[in-house]
Design a protein around this ligand. Structure first.
Ligand SMILES: *[C@@H]1O[C@H](CO)[C@@H](O)[C@H](O)[C@H]1NC(C)=O
Ligand SMILES: *[C@@H]1O[C@H](CO)[C@@H](O)[C@H](O)[C@H]1NC(C)=O
Ligand SMILES: *[C@@H]1O[C@H](CO)[C@@H](O)[C@H](O)[C@H]1NC(C)=O
Ligand SMILES: *[C@@H]1O[C@H](CO)[C@@H](O)[C@H](O)[C@H]1NC(C)=O
Ligand SMILES: *[C@@H]1O[C@H](CO)[C@@H](O)[C@H](O)[C@H]1NC(C)=O
Ligand SMILES: *[C@@H]1O[C@H](CO)[C@@H](O)[C@H](O)[C@H]1NC(C)=O
Length: 762
């Protein structure tokens, strides 16, 4: 117990553990009144910053055909890689694989809530080292499309907004609201000036050729009012005034004012045209798959389908395609959003979560890029002559003045083969496919003819049989740090997202003469929560669990409360699973138990507990003790291993597996919780959430003509959790697991991910 006390006092400055940024020294939140003052002060400081000004004629511009770099119109292939979703050690390898795959550009969002931890306190280290990431791309001689947002959606916690922003007095998100605009402008200016002083824009010799302001605002503004529309216009003006010297884009924003280019996001964008005839057609998000939510099957997008969509976009005049995602990566820590988004953000991307090539996706797209690049001159210097050759067959011919000729032959019949005669030659096209003829004669590529072998990935067991110690949270104690209030408090307002967990505790007195004690029918407890999961304990015993889903984060718990004569304790652990990432007016969003909370089946009828006195405890004891960290876990006296108890922490040590294959924790035997390796969080795990939902088709996602593209139905949505190699030491690595449900840690193992084909070739 003494050891525990020492650890507690050492961590006294830490209000709450914030696993999102385990490597960061916790900066305690400023009182809200001070926030406005800091914002104003910072805005003044920014205005006095000396700006680097781009040359009068920017080397990056655009016209109706394409982005123009150093005087050349370019067909550009781009891929999204989000820097915090992998490790700095992985970045060079990922970028090289992107370049080898035929990409010209890397696209990333900027993650505001990872950078501005409290107003004016910035963090740009580790996975959040934005400048280092951009320099990695520069070293590979690729360009960067920087999507500053700073609203980013991205299945990222709170859509990228810092949670403290919700508590700035008078704030209203993504609308014409002064406190919001001040904070947003300050952050965008911060990023732009940082890029300038690091000389990262193209005119400075850097890789950044495009910048984005806001994100997918058009669809939400449709339901909004005049304030939303004027906010979009303000965002655009503010961005342009920052003189980045490269074009600004706004995706899904049909009324993006000049000179900003409005761009398309979607599974297909061939029907898209920009809002002015002098802007190029750009596809900022060509969805390579989809994200995984706990409770949902795994989405896949077949590469033939994606290749068709891209070739179709190019033949219809598109000149910029960004794959979202090219490498999805991992939602480490508590960064995933409240759509029940899984720790894995694999996205069925061409480079998988672990950094390995996903074949045939990567290779078939590489072939597509090569074929289109060999048509580049003809594509950028002419408009096509389009002719029909049947109901569903077309030929697009591009001819430059200097004699280049490129042709795209299209068979968009979804069922049948087709033969197209072009210039007297016969070309056979499979259903729903496009053939590319870079010299108008020889077919270099057909979107449906996949010649790349499928890679077969396998996980092989490496380290298992951990020797665990454990510690179980006591749901029946009231720590000194708790406080009492009448009524139910909104969770985020209490925790400020410093933890997923908030305890709600109240007491109910039961008299001897209660009928239910005689007939054994316990009263029914009903708890309504705004999200996302909860565990009910009656007198210290787990009584039940409930959780929402991607479709409905709200939930209602119903369960019998095993009461006894005298005072009974109801303790409810409300658990957030990330905050929502989409929409407007984030200031109105709620989490946690908002009620009503009722008990029915008592002699006295229905008892409403909603306005009872409730005791609140922020976070878990293990979190306050930093049990997940190397220091916190070492100065705590862990107990003997005890199995399958809810709310239990486990700790073990292991040596690093040999080799360099990517690693994952196989958590199949566990329920729900979080896990850390040497103090780094692998994300929220939840193998106890089995995939349900429609598994017999993907048309609802727009995967035209595909019937079997969802997997893992009835299985856990995610069993394997990426452990980056760079987190490991050769020996004595610490693994800490916090299990909510009572899973069995004896079956946890560390496995290697191998490509079977590559292994066979060795
Ligand atoms: C387009 O191609 C057709 C068929 O080859 C040809 O008859 C026509 O003259 C072409 N049109 C233009 C504007 O080049
Ligand atoms: C094929 O393309 C033509 C011309 O763009 C269009 O009219 C037709 O609807 C398309 N068919 C299918 C099945 O998409
Ligand atoms: C299309 O042609 C290929 C190659 O000749 C053949 O194997 C396939 O069965 C045909 N498919 C259809 C739908 O006719
Ligand atoms: C077209 O390109 C192919 C492959 O590069 C080549 O074999 C063929 O001779 C070329 N045809 C003409 C007419 O240039
Ligand atoms: C948030 O908490 C503060 C202080 O506890 C309280 O005054 C305020 O009413 C709460 N706001 C909401 C929306 O619950
Ligand atoms: C709640 O607690 C306060 C302070 O201890 C007490 O005065 C009050 O009677 C309690 N209210 C209820 C409904 O128990």
């Amino acid at each position: 117990m003494d050891v525990e006390k020492v650890c507690l006092s050492k961590n006294k400055l830490k209000l709450f553990p914030l696993q999102l940024f385990t490597a960061v020294k916790q900066v305690s939140a400023l009182p809200t009144r001070a926030v406005a003052a800091v914002l104003t002060l910072a805005a003044v400081v920014m205005i006095s910053t000396v700006w680097f000004l781009p040359p009068a004629t920017a080397p990056v511009s655009y016209d109706r055909k394409a982005i123009i770099i150093e005087g050349q119109r370019r067909i550009l292939f781009s891929g999204s890689i989000h820097y915090p979703r992998s490790t700095p050690e992985m970045w060079p390898g990922l970028v090289k694989k992107a370049k080898d795959g035929g990409l010209d550009v890397i696209q990333t969002y900027v993650f505001w809530n990872g950078h501005e931890l409290s107003p004016g306190k910035y963090y740009f280290e580790g996975r959040y080292d934005l400048v280092r990431f951009i320099k990695v791309v520069k070293d590979a001689e690729l360009y960067v499309n920087l999507r500053i947002g700073p609203y980013i959606c991205a299945e990222w916690n709170f859509g990228g907004f810092p949670v403290w922003l919700k508590y700035v007095p008078g704030i209203s998100f993504r609308t014409d609201n002064k406190p919001f605009k001040v904070a947003m402008q300050r952050f965008v200016e911060k990023i732009v000036s940082m890029m300038k002083s690091e000389k990262l824009f193209e005119w400075q010799g850097g890789p950044i050729i495009l910048t984005q302001i806001e994100n997918e605002f058009g669809p939400v503004a449709e339901y909004g009012g005049a304030d939303d529309l004027s906010y979009a216009q303000w965002s655009a003006k503010m961005a342009v005034s920052l003189n980045t010297g490269v074009p600004w884009i706004m995706c899904k924003e049909d009324d993006a004012p000049d000179p900003i280019v409005n761009t398309c996001n979607g599974f297909f964008c061939d029907g898209f045209s920009p809002n002015k005839p002098y802007k190029p057609a750009m596809w900022t998000e060509a969805w390579t798959g989809w994200f995984t939510s706990y409770g949902d099957p795994l989405p896949h997008r077949p590469v033939e389908n994606l290749a068709f969509a891209v070739a179709n976009f190019i033949q219809k005049g598109g000149s910029f395609v960004n794959y979202y995602m090219y490498h999805g990566g991992t939602n480490f820590g508590r960064t995933s959003s409240g759509l029940f988004v899984a720790a894995s953000y694999d996205y069925d991307a061409p480079i998988d979560e672990y950094g390995l090539l996903r074949q045939p996706k990567w290779g078939h797209l590489k072939g597509l890029h090569q074929a289109i690049k060999s048509c580049e001159k003809a594509l950028v210097s002419s408009d096509p002559n389009v002719t029909s050759h049947g109901l569903n067959q077309q030929i697009y011919v591009f001819r430059s003045k200097s004699g280049d000729c490129a042709a795209f032959l299209t068979n968009n019949d979804t069922e049948s083969n087709s033969t197209i005669i072009f210039n007297g030659l016969k070309y056979d096209l499979p259903p729903w496919s496009i053939s590319i003829l870079p010299n108008c004669t020889t077919e270099a590529y057909n979107t449906a003819k996949v010649r790349i072998q499928r890679s077969e990935m396998k996980m092989i067991s490496s380290v298992g049989g951990f020797s665990w110690n454990s510690y179980t949270e006591n749901s029946n104690s009231i720590p000194k740090s708790s406080f009492m209030m009448q009524g139910l408090l909104e969770q985020l307002n209490v925790t400020r997202d410093s933890t997923d967990y908030l305890w709600y505790t109240t007491f109910v007195d039961i008299g001897k003469d209660e009928e239910f004690l005689k007939n054994g029918q316990y009263p029914l407890l009903t708890v309504a929560s705004a999200g996302h999961s909860l565990h009910v304990f009656i007198n210290g015993e787990l009584s039940g669990t409930a959780y929402g889903s991607l479709q409905s984060p709200k939930l209602t718990y119903n369960g019998n409360a095993k009461f006894r004569v005298g005072s009974n304790r109801i303790s409810i652990l409300s658990v957030a699973v990330g905050l929502p990432n989409g929409g407007t007016h984030f200031e109105t969003w709620n989490v946690g138990i908002l009620g009503p909370v009722t008990l029915s089946g008592l002699n006295t009828g229905k008892l409403d507990l909603t306005f009872h006195n409730w005791t609140y405890q922020i976070g878990l004891k293990g979190e306050a003790l930093n049990l997940y960290s190397i220091t916190g876990s070492s100065c705590f006296e862990w107990g003997e291993f005890s199995q399958k108890k809810p709310l239990t922490w486990y700790k073990a040590f292991f040596n690093s597996p040999d080799g360099d294959e990517p690693l994952a924790l196989d958590m199949s035997s566990m329920g729900k919780g979080q896990a850390w390796i040497n103090g780094e969080s692998i994300g929220r795990y939840w193998p106890g959430y089995k995939a349900f939902g429609s598994c017999n088709g993907c048309d609802y996602r727009g995967f035209h003509n595909e019937k079997k593209c969802l997997t893992s139905c009835g299985e856990p949505s995610q069993k394997l959790y990426h452990v980056p190699r760079s987190w490991l030491n050769p020996t004595k690595n610490l693994i800490v697991v916090f299990e909510e449900w009572g899973g069995d840690p004896t079956d946890i193992s560390l496995v290697k991910r191998i490509n079977v084909d590559v292994e066979l070739q060795k």
